[in-house]
Design a protein. Sequence first.
Length: 624
Amino acid sequence: MKIDTSEGIQRLIDRLRKDQTPDGSWAYPFETGLSTDAYMIILLRTLEIHEEELIQGLVSRLMDKQEKNGAWKLFYDEPDGNVTATVEAYYALLYSGYVKKSDPKLRAARRFILAKGGVERINIFAKIMLAITGQYKWPACFPVPVEVMLLPPSFPVHFYQFSVYGRVNLAPILLLAEKKFSLRTSRSPDLSDLLLDRSDIHDWEVRSEWRPILSSIEQEVKRLIGLPSRLRSLAVDRAKTYMLERIEPDGTLYSYYSSTFLMIFALLSLGYKKEDPLIRRAVSGLTAMKTEIGGQPHMQYTTANVWNTSLINSALQLAGVPLHDPMVEKANRYLLERQHYKFGDWAIHNPAGVPGGWGFSHINTVNPDMDDTTASLRSIARGVTDHSAFRRAWDRGVQWLLSMQNDDGGWAAFEKNVKGRWIHLLPVEKGEFIFSDPSSADLTGRTLEFFGNYTNLPNDHKGMKRAARWLISNQESDGSWYGRWGICYIYGTWAAVTGLQSAGFSADHPSVKKAAAWLRSIQNRDGGWGESCRSDSEKRYVPLGKSTLTHTAWALDALIAAEGTPSPAVQKGVQFLLGSLENTDWTTDYPKGQGMAGSFYIHYHSYRYIFPLLALSNYRRAFG
């Protein structure tokens, strides 16, 4: 017996209509934990900018998120707590001046940090933050020299082998490390009691397993012609230019919080004053990304307006909202205005490509990605006519996507053929997530789904066949796929299955059958699905123990595509969604996206509406 999903679909449409902003976008928060909140306090205090209302709000948020054992967590089921997040929060609260070291909550945090090995056990990026603010010692020789900026693409190792996300953070880090920059103020707290190893050698110095790649970089640098001091000066200028040429109109570096934070300190290291317009504009850009969650401020890592809007608008149309509805029209006008027309770093590895993609945030102009481009093209697809603005945008976007396919047949997030086989040898925890941008199942599946369902490319088109082959060859032995940007195996499997189905793969294909069987095997008794953030670090599926709206929608949508019939698993999944649309508990706040395994997780506030709407609409469309 088929289930009537009309009421649930309409409730979701009404909610989305209510939440649309006047400019046509949806500005749901892009919530990424507490690091950006802590770093904002540290930044404002270091620059001696007295935004006390903001600082007090961030202090309140940090205090409210502390666990009973004194720690801070990255996600609900993280065991005990996270030592890096706890050090960041502890430091920010002390630096704010509004919380004393004698406060019981901070004493509990200190006990947790010391029990976990002290500051020495935090990740390298937090160590860099502590070093530039005078709380940790720079190593005598930073593992990656600034001269890497001068190595040409013909060399085996060079700067542009890093992913764009890696480059934009690495350039200011190289400047800071070269200068051994450190800046304390009269309000700086003393964190020396968090150090268990008080020797001059810290654990981020070069270890034996890192030496092969660092030796290669050193050898390549020695091949450069010129005096060492002159080469170093040229490399510093190159890193500075790289940053300045990529500042967005709002003053941020690529619209990312981390790279902008690092750029501000890098500029200080080069002699810029705290009051310099470049620095003040960067701070203003970061401040403008502030959102509000539960009546408290949160500093977003970036804004997700384009991503939210493109996903929502295409889901609304799939649910039956007509193209001429003002909600859809406003959203499409917003998206048309944000298509990219500038060449960005992506052109380095794709010199024949012509700009035409979309970026993630509403202020991004030079860093498009595959997911936002396919999502935006889905959104405008029904408005494409021969002589419309939609047609011009469509043609540019489709051609850019096709030009960005990797040689292995898959698609990455931002660039083409940036695999970074040696990245794992760098002295950076989880460096493959930061410095590499390989083909992934989620990007390849989503892009294939777009071409299969929204364009007239035949299934035997060379690019589609290569993408399908990549997906099949990268399926896990249990039938799942690993999703790089979501949590995690459910996400990757949903993207791969819907991509293969759109490319003509039937429910009887062995890969599709295996994926469907895996999804059925992990369904919870209540009819839903849920996956832990621990999956990405452990590189295996880890059940959450509770069902979430978003994971259920992904799994359900994949089964609808894979099975072709309203099976018992599908029916139970639909019933779970319809009965849980108004849920407000920890599962609705649980991260469904990730940027770096074990360190950076994302709670998209829009996902609880987007993906149930998508799955319920596809159920109605498939089964009447």
